[in-house]
Design a binder for this molecule. Structure first.
Ligand code: ZN
Length: 479
């Protein structure tokens, strides 16, 4: 049923004013594969990869492409205009260099908006007639180059809205002022460890209608963003039930969203979060595409006006309550005492190959009573004993020899989680192994429980190893 709910139910009541058109979320998603920009496949694409996509829009009718300015390191920052309508919508993505989901979605939106004669052409033309859409894809190309939040000066652009010392922040302010944009879309990614309220579900998207003063007053400008968010929330909840959060609205005097709102542009913050089994956020990218096009329709048709601030405040607040893995209620013996203990691990991203690739390193991020936290993956270990993994006595020559010599499951079942090699593979290869690898001169495995460590652990029942935890990942052995 959820895939049959048409947008006009959400966007419907005000269609008397705008032209009525039966556009549905299922139609937007069904036609999406044709507009997916396939040259962008993961989160760590660079400026040089999107520039040709943006330049190609120069040849498309209805588009205007200009170089609006340069980053600290001289990378061109583009302004793309589509549509000629009276309502001005400004969208900027990736002001934090490692927050690229909206940039990916923008590339797909460009493909849609450029497709004259496509299956949704009638609606596409309505959008372009009623709206003027201004996109700044990747406001922080130098940060994207390093896949880091801040720009090349290590300044956070989103704390430079007032002082405007960085060329990127100055540019964004200039563009807003010159357009006097009615709407602003401030597009970010948030930690995948945020949950939507206390549900234990990851907040796949979080919204915020930023406050424009410390009192968090709601004026007409902010009310419109509140209403549009309530409209979008109702739509996207159909696809990601329980996975939508509301960001803390404490006033941040230096941030762009808060100041945009103050300057008179109704501003919507969209944070792309996490989704199970979507580490490169390609599913979230698809839903982001749906959100952007749906927002354009909501603005065009003024369907947002039927929503209230009560609808908005019903969206559960973001809580930072998630880990990748939680082991619950294991028994842990130390110095003659037995403790009941929960363990939480997260996977820390490590970049390599010029920040184009990533591998993951486990980290023990919390221990103790974690009953108020949730994991992407969880294990009830209430009948199991937690033990440190052991170092395998023999030293192997290299990974090949190790892989030939024995089944890793047998080694783990005997309690051996750590192995020494004379020739270590690169870190990104070592991190993928089900055994923790050490150089040959390592004396001991060092698998004690310490916060922020990466211990290899065993969960034992009746003297038999049931599970092993290596590099923050859980391996089942009992089958
Ligand atoms: Zn951000």
């Amino acid at each position: 049923m959820k895939y049959l709910i048409p947008l006009y139910i959400f966007f419907g009541l005000h269609l008397a004013k705008a032209q009525t058109l039966e556009i549905t979320a299922p139609k937007i998603l069904a036609t999406y594969p044709a507009y997916l920009e396939t040259s962008i496949k993961d989160r760590r694409f660079k400026h040089e990869e999107i520039v040709p996509l943006i330049k190609a829009l120069r040849n498309k009718p209805g588009f205007e492409v200009s170089v609006a300015g340069q980053s600290v390191e001289g990378r061109d920052i583009y302004l793309v205009r589509a549509g000629t309508g009276p309502v001005k919508v400004l969208l900027w993505s990736q002001m934090h260099g490692d927050e690229p989901t909206a940039t990916m979605a923008m590339m797909d939106v460009f493909n849609f908006l450029a497709d004259a004669g496509g299956p949704l052409d009638e609606w596409r033309q309505l959008l372009l007639k009623d709206l003027s859409l201004y996109f700044i894809p990747m406001l922080n190309p130098d940060g994207a180059e390093r896949f880091q939040r801040r720009n090349a000066l290590d300044i956070d652009l989103n704390r430079d809205a007032v002082r405007q010392q960085t060329p990127e922040a100055r540019l964004l302010k200039q563009i807003r002022d010159s357009l006097q944009a009615d709407w602003g879309f401030n597009l970010h990614d948030q930690s995948r460890y945020y949950s939507a309220g206390r549900s234990g579900q990851t907040a796949s998207f979080s919204f915020l209608a930023p406050a424009y003063n410390t009192e968090k007053d709601i004026n007409e400008v902010r009310l419109r963003s509140i209403q549009l968010i309530a409209n979008l929330d109702q739509l996207i909840e159909q696809y990601l039930p329980g996975r939508i959060g509301r960001y803390d609205d404490e006033f941040e005097a230096r941030a762009f969203g808060d100041n945009m709102q103050k300057w008179g542009t109704s501003t919507i913050l969209i944070e792309s979060g996490g989704l199970p089994n979507d580490p490169e956020k390609q599913e979230l990218r698809r839903y982001h595409y749906l959100l952007l096009l749906s927002a354009f329709e909501a603005i065009r048709s003024e369907s947002y006006a039927q929503y209230t601030k009560e609808d908005y405040f019903l969206i559960p607040e973001n809580k930072r309550l998630l880990h990748d893995l939680i082991i619950r209620e294991a028994s842990w013996q130390k110095d003659g005492q037995t403790y009941l203990i929960d363990l939480a691990f997260r996977q820390i991203e490590r970049l390599y190959n010029g920040a184009r690739l990533v591998y993951y390193e486990g980290r023990l991020t919390d221990l103790g009573d974690l009953s108020t936290f949730s994991g992407y993956e969880e294990l009830d270990a209430s009948d199991m004993l937690l033990q440190a993994g052991k170092m395998y006595p023999r030293i192997f020559f290299d990974l090949k020899e190790l892989q030939r010599s024995d089944n890793y499951r047998n080694m783990l079942a005997q309690g051996y989680t750590d192995v020494r090699l004379q020739r270590m593979p690169p870190k990104e290869i070592a991190a993928q192994q089900p055994l923790k690898l050490h150089p040959a001169d390592t004396k001991k495995a060092n698998n004690e429980l310490h916060l922020n460590g990466n211990p290899s652990l065993l969960l034992v029942k009746g003297g038999e190893v049931q599970y092993a935890i290596v590099n923050g990942r859980l391996f089942e052995l009992a089958k």
